[in-house]
Design a protein around this ligand. Structure first.
Ligand SMILES: Cc1cc2nc3c(=O)[nH]c(=O)nc-3n(C[C@H](O)[C@H](O)[C@H](O)COP(=O)(O)OP(=O)(O)OC[C@H]3O[C@@H](n4cnc5c(N)ncnc54)[C@H](O)[C@@H]3O)c2cc1C
Length: 456
C-alpha cells in the first residue's frame, strides 16, 4: 500500500512516510543547459533525497509548461498530483524559448478557418486567448519572481505585400475580435531601422516573459499547495493496476495514479509510441548578445516581441532593460547543435541590422519543439485513463496554458472543451521519412520566402 497524497490535507506530513514531504520539489542534480535563462534563473532550491512510492489522483509526465499548468489546474479541481520530470522543471522547450506569449496556435487562424469553418476556428481561437490571459494572470497572482512582463508584439514582412497584410488584419479584428493594428512600411522602418522590413502588424495584447522563471514559479505553487514535483525522474513504463495505473521510473520511485497525463512533447521517447510517432521533433535556435545599449539604440526601438512573418522567420526581443538582444531563428529536423551556431545567427542578425557591426554573442542554445503534421496540439484521451496534452509546436506559451486548463477540466470531468481538438488526431508523423519531409518542406518554405524578398 502506497502512501496517498491527498489534496484534502495537503501539508500533513503523516500522509507520506519514507519518500518525501508533500508540498515539495524533489530533485537530485541534472543541470540546465547553458543559456541566458539559466544565467538569470531565480534562486536555488534545496536538494532532497527521494525513493519509495506514492499514490495520487493524476500523474503528469513532463515538467514543462503544459504539465505544470495542468497540475496546477487539477489541484484547483481538488485532485492530488505528482509531476514527473526527467531532468529539471522547464528543462525542455519551456525553459529555452523566445518568451513570446500571444494568441493563436502554430497553425494560422485563417488556415484553421478554411479547414474547420468559422465557428469552430473562432472557438479554438478564443481558447487560445484564454491561454494568453492565463499566463499574465498567473504571473501577477503568484507575483512570480524575475518574470517581468513586457507588452506588445510587432510582426513585420520581409517583402512588400501591398495591402495583403492589411486585409488579413482587418478580417482578424472584425471576425475574431483581435486587437491587431496595421503599420505602413515607413512606420515600421522608423521603429526597426532596417531596409529589409516592409509592412507590419502590432498586437498590443501579446507580451514577453522569462519562461524558465515562470515555469519555476508554477512548480513552486504546485508544491506549496501539496503537489509533488519530482525532478531527475523519467517515467519508464506504466501498466494497469486495479482501476488505475502504476508508473515505474528511472529512479527508485513508483507512482500509482488514477489517471496519467502525457506532456513530454518532443523530448518523450520510448514511453508511449502511439503518441511519440505522431510528434516530429523540430529544432530551433536562440542567442543572446553581450550588453550593447548604444548599438541596439541604433537599430531597434521597440521593447515588445519582434518577429517577421516568414514561414520560418526570426523572432527577437530586448532583455535586461533594452541592453541585450535575444534573437531566435531557423528550424531544422537535425537534433545535434551546429558547431557554428553563434556565428550562424550573428550573421542572420547582421544581415538585418548591418549598423550593429561587430558584437559578441554570449550564449547560444537549441531547443526542440514538438510538431504534428496538422500543426495543432494533441489534446485527447488516448485510451481510458491516459490523456495527452502536448505538441504545441512553436506557439506554445499560451497554448500550453490552454492545454493545461482544458486537460484538467476534462480529467476532472468538469468540461468538454477538449472536443474542439478532436479533428487533430495523433496520426503517424512518418518517422525518419516524416523528418526528412519536414526538412524538405522547410527548405521549400525558405525558397518561397527568398523568392518573395527578391521580388520586393
Ligand atoms: C528555441 C525555442 C523557441 C521558442 N519560442 C517560443 C516563443 O517565443 N513563443 C511561444 O509561444 N512558443 C515558443 N516555443 C515553443 C514553446 O516553447 C513550446 O511549445 C512549449 O514550451 C512546450 O511546452 P511543453 O510543456 O509541451 O514541452 P517541454 O517544455 O518540451 O517539456 C517536456 C518535458 O517533458 C520531459 N519528459 C519527456 N519525457 C519524459 C519522461 N519519460 N518522464 C518524465 N519527463 C519527461 C522533458 O524532460 C521536458 O522537460 C519555442 C520553442 C523553442 C525550442
Amino acid at each position: 500500500m502506497y502512501p496517498k497524497l491527498g489534496s484534502a490535507d495537503p501539508v500533513n506530513p503523516s500522509i507520506c512516510f519514507h519518500i518525501i514531504k508533500p508540498g515539495c520539489i524533489c530533485m537530485t542534480n541534472p543541470s540546465y543547459i547553458d543559456s541566458y535563462y539559466h544565467d538569470t534563473i531565480v534562486g536555488h532550491r534545496s536538494l532532497l533525497p527521494l525513493s519509495g512510492g506514492v499514490e495520487v489522483d493524476v500523474c503528469i509526465i513532463g515538467g514543462g509548461l503544459a504539465g505544470l499548468t495542468a497540475a496546477r489546474e487539477l489541484q484547483r479541481f481538488g485532485k492530488s498530483v505528482c509531476v514527473l520530470e526527467a531532468k529539471r522543471v522547464g528543462w525542455g522547450a519551456s525553459g529555452r524559448n523566445g518568451g513570446f506569449v500571444s494568441d493563436g496556435y502554430a497553425e494560422g487562424t485563417l488556415a484553421l478557418e478554411k479547414k474547420l469553418g468559422f465557428e469552430h476556428s473562432k472557438a479554438l481561437f478564443d481558447l487560445s486567448c484564454e491561454g494568453t490571459r492565463y499566463v499574465r494572470r498567473t504571473i501577477e497572482q503568484l507575483n512570480a519572481p524575475k518574470v517581468p512582463i513586457q507588452e506588445g508584439w510587432l510582426r513585420v514582412l520581409r517583402h512588400d505585400d501591398g495591402d495583403g497584410l492589411k486585409r488579413s488584419v482587418e478580417r482578424l479584428v472584425e471576425a475574431y475580435g483581435a486587437s491587431y493594428g496595421f503599420w505602413e512600411t515607413e512606420r515600421v522602418r522608423e521603429t526597426l531601422l532596417s531596409e529589409r522590413y516592409f509592412q507590419g502588424m502590432d498586437d498590443p495584447g501579446a507580451f514577453h516573459i522569462h519562461p524558465l522563471n515562470y515555469a519555476l514559479a508554477l512548480a513552486d505553487d504546485i508544491s506549496v499547495k501539496g503537489g509533488l514535483v519530482v525532478e531527475d525522474c523519467a517515467a519508464q513504463t506504466f501498466q494497469r493496476e486495479g482501476a488505475g495505473w502504476r508508473i515505474e521510473t528511472a529512479q527508485d520511485v513508483d507512482v500509482k495514479a488514477g489517471q496519467i497525463l502525457l506532456c513530454g512533447s518532443a523530448y518523450m521517447e520510448k514511453l508511449y509510441p502511439k503518441l511519440e510517432r505522431s510528434i516530429l521533433p523540430v529544432a530551433t535556435y536562440v542567442v543572446t548578445s553581450h550588453v550593447m545599449p548604444d548599438k541596439i539604440e541604433s537599430a531597434i526601438r521597440y521593447r515588445g516581441c519582434i518577429g517577421d512573418t516568414r514561414r520560418a522567420g526570426d523572432y527577437y526581443r530586448l532583455v535586461d532593460d533594452g541592453q541585450r538582444l535575444l534573437w531566435g531563428g531557423r528550424i531544422t529536423t537535425r537534433r545535434s547543435e551546429p558547431a557554428q551556431l553563434a556565428d550562424m545567427l550573428k550573421k542572420d542578425i547582421q544581415a538585418i541590422y548591418p549598423q550593429l557591426g561587430e558584437f559578441k554573442i554570449e550564449r547560444a542554445w537549441a531547443g526542440l519543439m514538438g510538431y504534428c503534421v496538422h500543426k495543432m496540439p494533441i489534446m485527447r484521451e488516448m485510451e481510458p485513463g491516459i490523456w495527452a496534452a502536448t505538441a504545441a509546436g512553436g506557439h506554445g506559451l499560451n497554448v500550453t496554458a490552454t492545454l493545461g486548463m482544458v486537460a484538467a477540466e476534462a480529467m476532472a470531468g468538469m468540461g468538454k472543451s477538449y472536443k474542439l481538438f478532436e479533428p487533430f488526431e495523433a496520426d503517424w508523423g512518418g518517422g525518419p521519412i516524416g523528418q526528412l519531409g519536414t526538412q524538405v518542406a522547410y527548405w521549400g518554405m525558405q525558397a518561397m520566402d527568398w523568392w518573395d524578398e527578391v521580388r520586393s
